[in-house]
Design a protein around this ligand. Structure first.
Ligand SMILES: NC(=O)c1ccc[n+]([C@@H]2O[C@H](COP(=O)([O-])OP(=O)(O)OC[C@H]3O[C@@H](n4cnc5c(N)ncnc54)[C@H](OP(=O)(O)O)[C@@H]3O)[C@@H](O)[C@H]2O)c1
Length: 337
């Protein structure tokens, strides 16, 4: 029987996770929750997702827009084995009580604090520790991107320290509320940004410090990494490690992928749904060993890199698959990674 998955918060992340879950043969969507009627609500129904609302008060709004609603979140929870909470950050505590009341497992996103669940997830780094858990948090897009490279480097060579500058996209492409339009913002102004401590919620022993700059772009984040390894490694050794990883895509400026714009065009040309790039985009020709330290650039598609991790987290928490590598392979195959 397929695992029954509910999506609470059908926005940028929620709608992508819904489609990724539907692409798997061992899980299905039993309903998605939206607060307000919109084009996304109509498309959700066209895709065959039953639409639910947080509370009875929301139903009237949908009626006025002539959009059918199947019920409330609480009714949906009674049909689900697990809920993906992709609501905006900071609604966690309130919903946690509700999920607990209905005996439903739950997965939150990076907008919530580690403390909400006491367990933060990344498919390669700690799948095994997620087996059977009731609550987990898939870390943010940036943290997922960092853990995907730091975990294998630490395993193979030991990371003595990592110093990372993140150039963050200011908003998602569909967002008309936020800027900057023409500025770079040190954010936060004083080091460190929250990303380093967030990496430590999964890889506690890595000495990492991050600083971040908000940039006037919506496409992707760009990370500049400087890593001191404990053991000597050549540039080819690092390339080999990344080539073997399931969610790292090595690209080259020689193929005319020199920017986040071209990395996104590449995803669109591959025919990816919504032009998504689920993998870290690591520039192979940026990988350099200089004075014994490793440097490289990677781009992270903030709207989609956490999506396959959510699918793996479902499998681990419901113990559908005990082996992380097998889950990653299955998720990737179904998505076409
Ligand atoms: N976007 C990213 O780049 C990104 C990347 C990684 C992780 N995350 C994390 O993922 C989570 C979701 O972010 P997002 O970017 O997907 O947000 P989003 O696009 O704003 O979508 C949030 C959705 O939640 C719904 N919602 C709002 N309040 C709700 C409530 N009280 N109960 C139920 N649903 C509610 C909204 O519904 P209506 O549309 O009906 O109002 C909207 O569909 C956050 O924790 C965020 O930090 C975001």
């Amino acid at each position: 029987m397929k695992a029954k998955v509910a999506i609470n918060g059908y926005g940028t992340i929620g709608k992508r996770v819904a489609d990724a879950v539907s692409a798997q043969d061992d899980m299905e969507i039993v309903g998605v929750v939206k607060t307000k009627p919109s084009f996304e609500a109509r498309i959700a129904q066209e895709k065959g997702y039953d639409l639910y609302v947080p509370a009875k008060e929301n139903i009237e709004l949908f009626k006025k827009s002539k959009i059918d609603v199947s019920g409330t979140l609480e009714e949906l929870l009674d049909k689900a084995d697990i809920v993906i909470d992709a609501t905006p950050g900071d609604t966690g505590e309130e919903y946690k009580k509700l999920y607990g009341k209905h005996g439903v497992k739950a997965i939150w996103q990076g907008g919530e604090e580690h403390e909400l669940t006491g367990f933060s997830f990344n498919s390669e780094a700690n799948y095994h520790d997620a087996l059977g858990r009731d609550f987990a948090r898939v870390v943010s897009c940036n943290t997922t991107g960092l853990v995907r490279v730091l975990y294998p480097l630490d395993k193979a060579y030991g990371v003595r320290k990592a110093r990372v500058t993140l150039m963050r996209r200011a908003a998602d492409p569909n967002d008309i509320k936020t800027g900057p339009i023409n500025a770079l913002i040190p954010d936060p102004i004083k080091l460190p940004s929250h990303h380093g401590p967030d990496v430590n919620s999964i890889l506690p022993d890595i000495d990492i410090t991050t600083m971040a700059v908000k940039t006037s772009t919506t496409l992707m984040h760009l990370h500049a990494l400087n890593i001191e390894l404990k053991k000597t490694a050549s540039e080819d050794d690092i390339i080999k490690i990344f080539e073997e990883r399931p969610r790292i895509r090595l690209v080259s400026s020689k193929d005319r992928i020199k920017s986040t714009a071209e990395a996104m065009e590449f995803a669109r040309d591959m025919g990816r749904p919504r032009g998504d790039m689920w993998e870290n985009v690591v520039w192979k020709d940026s990988i350099a060993i200089n004075k014994g330290e490793l440097y490289f650039f990677q781009a992270i598609h903030q709207e989609s890199d956490v999506v396959p991790e959510n699918v793996d987290a479902i499998r681990a928490m419901l113990e559908i698959e005990k082996d992380g590598a097998r889950s990653i392979k299955k998720t990737n195959k179904a998505l076409g990674i």
